[in-house]
Design a protein around this ligand. Sequence first.
Ligand code: ADP
Ligand code: ZN
Ligand code: ZN
Length: 804
Amino acid sequence: MNLAKVIVDVPTMQTNEPYTYLVPDELNDKLQKGMRVIVPFGNGGRKIQGIVWDIDNNGTFDGELKEISGLLDLDPVLNTELLDMSKWMAEKTYSFQISCILTMLPSVMRAKYQKQLVLNDSSEIDDDILAIFGDDNVVDFDVDEYPASVLKKIIQYRKENKLSVEYKVSDGAKAKKIYAIKPNLTTEQAKEELTKVRKNSKNLIKILDFIINHNDKEIAQRKLVHDFDIPEAAIKSAVDKGWFARFLQEEYRNPYQGKIGTNKPLKLNDDQQSAVDRISAATNRNQDTVFLLEGVTGSGKTEVYLQSIQKALELGKTALMLVPEISLTPQMVKRVKGRFGNRVAMLHSGLSNGEKYDEWRRVNNGEADVVVGARSAIFAPLDNIGIIIMDEEHEASYKQDDSPRYHTRDVAKWRASFHNCPLVLGSATPSLESRARATKGVYQLIKLPHRINNQSLPEVRVIDMKEEVKNSGQEDFSSELLSAINNRLQKHEQIVLMLNRRGYSSFVMCRSCGFVLHCPNCDISLTLHMDSRTMKCHYCGHEEPIPNKCKNCGSKKIRYYGTGTQKVQEKLQSLVPNARILRMDVDTTRRKGSHERILQKFGNGEADILLGTQMIAKGLDFPNVTLVGVLNADTSLDLPDFRSSERTFNLLTQVSGRAGRAEKKGLVYIQTFNPDHYAIRLAQRQDYELFYRKEMNVRHQTNYPPYYFTVKISASDVNEAKAAAKMYEIAKILKAKLSDQAIMLGPSPSSILKLKNKYYYQIIIKYKNEPNMKPCLEYILNHYQKDAQKGLYVNIDPDPLNFM
Ligand code: ADP
Ligand code: ZN
Ligand code: ZN
């Protein structure tokens, strides 16, 4: 028997065991491992998507087997490397293999399921139901489109088998097609035709001239129209005459077409050269060494990446480069595309789904051998990888928040060892985990301790805002920062101001009773948005008008608290009326390409001040910026999270690094209510080494990573008691199995107890060596799936990035 093992996608009934299907004869010679297929599942034979895990042409099976119903691909979409990886990843992240596979593929390749209503027997069926079908006996069917009375009838007819509900599986992956033209005539034939056409048939003459000069060439119809000035109608009549063959051709959407200049390799300094030498030696010798490239801001890490990639390409290998969120770093895109041109494929969230699919296919077809992208680009279908780079390896966005909760670094290590190639982790402020491994010798440490041209790091001054508020009543701009701003404006130098915002900062409070307006669905305060004049929930999107009196006591004494970027912009504009201010935050960057536009304007000197949230801290390289101000350093310190000091230190160091990158010296102000906190003091000195030692000490004392492993398990339900009860049940299971050394925090409500109308309870476990942990978590993963059908979800987050 020809059998195939298929990993199926059955929401809320997932399993990591593949199902066996019969391969029908007509698919026998077509079916390959790694192809997407459609298979019937369960008693109803509902059609679902699956992926072929294995094929056995001499299989035996006891019992009844269903047949594969159809193929979605002509070539495999996952090679054996990625198939193997999906299995490893499911185990590592306590998730289901199918969700790992779907994460690896462009989102358009997830089949869509459309419910359909099928009319089996039209006798004795009410007219209003028949009307749904019109002339057909199958229609798309969305439950919420029909009133209850109609649904009731449908349910009844279903029971009587007069109607049935089926699922249509449709593939969203469509290549864009365009018309292409190929001449059908030889040069001689065309010359012959030329003698026959009338002198005033200008377009036909143009066409024949084209054939005479380019007679073997295929060309896009569009190009023929534009470049050769031949109207579409004339092309059509040439096709009718048989001069041209016209056919459809796949086209790649290229989002960067013609936008990027070239950039040549720079002459490396000694530190950079020795870094490139060490990294490319590993590429050369096929060693899967992990390098930690610790280089201060402006030390030229990017040039090291580019030249190490170059070395790998020279050996005929491919390269994979990851950046935290590419739409935030257009400058990086420019540098890589400028260096390697069309060999580069970009994979990131700023592209449309179609563009992403096209870039993915260029990689899959071997037409691009350098991939640059954000988190999910780690799954790019490259062969023969010679180097993997993770820039800003400490960034939180490398960990996925939803299942599968993978960390890009772990996947990168897996791929590096599969391809026997080096992995380069780069950062000015490496994660404690990575730095600890480098100290132990598990990773090789490479340092770039100096800025390019030995430019000094900027001077950083800390301003105690407690004093400032006492003396001047100013909460946003201290007098010192303001006078520095005025000074730079006079000198025509540029300024970057960062507002460290975590969403809760601007809210409305009643000064009579203290009432704060909260989201009705979530347990957090609503944020004030002046542009739309509404209060918005940043979690669920709920929106309502700004109140003019207190909803609790009716008082009109309402105060707008906190510092949203809009409000700060208005304030700043009133303080420096002549300054040209650009704002960059989620509101001004929602439209595609707006990051690039804002940064380009700033780079062109069309503005004096760039005011923004965390998104301006990374990767910007503007030589005319000499002043950086952090308006409120504290918001990230206040979070209930063991990594808050590390995050604050990293952020302040990164943003400080934006100042004084060229000849002019930089100055940085950090405004804070906690001027003595070590994260702020050490960021002021830009002393990563001391911060690392201090923070390692704190983690050691409090039993946190990297000394301990952690796992977070949470349960959510619309009913608070149910979520809590489930967590107590799980805690009991774990307590029985784990040793005394494991430390359990909770069960307790999550920091944001209520989100999108669901309540969250969680436990955190800190542990060192627990052989029972893995089987326990696997049990929880499989056992609690049946609850998901009732809306109670249990989530496992290994090595969570935060405990909130
Ligand atoms: P990092 O990523 O370490 O912050 P960058 O790679 O952005 O640093 O480099 C900082 C600046 O120095 C960039 O403008 C870059 O073009 C320039 N640069 C890097 N390497 C060299 C070099 N070898 N010679 C001259 N300029 C360089
Ligand atoms: Zn009130
Ligand atoms: Zn909400």
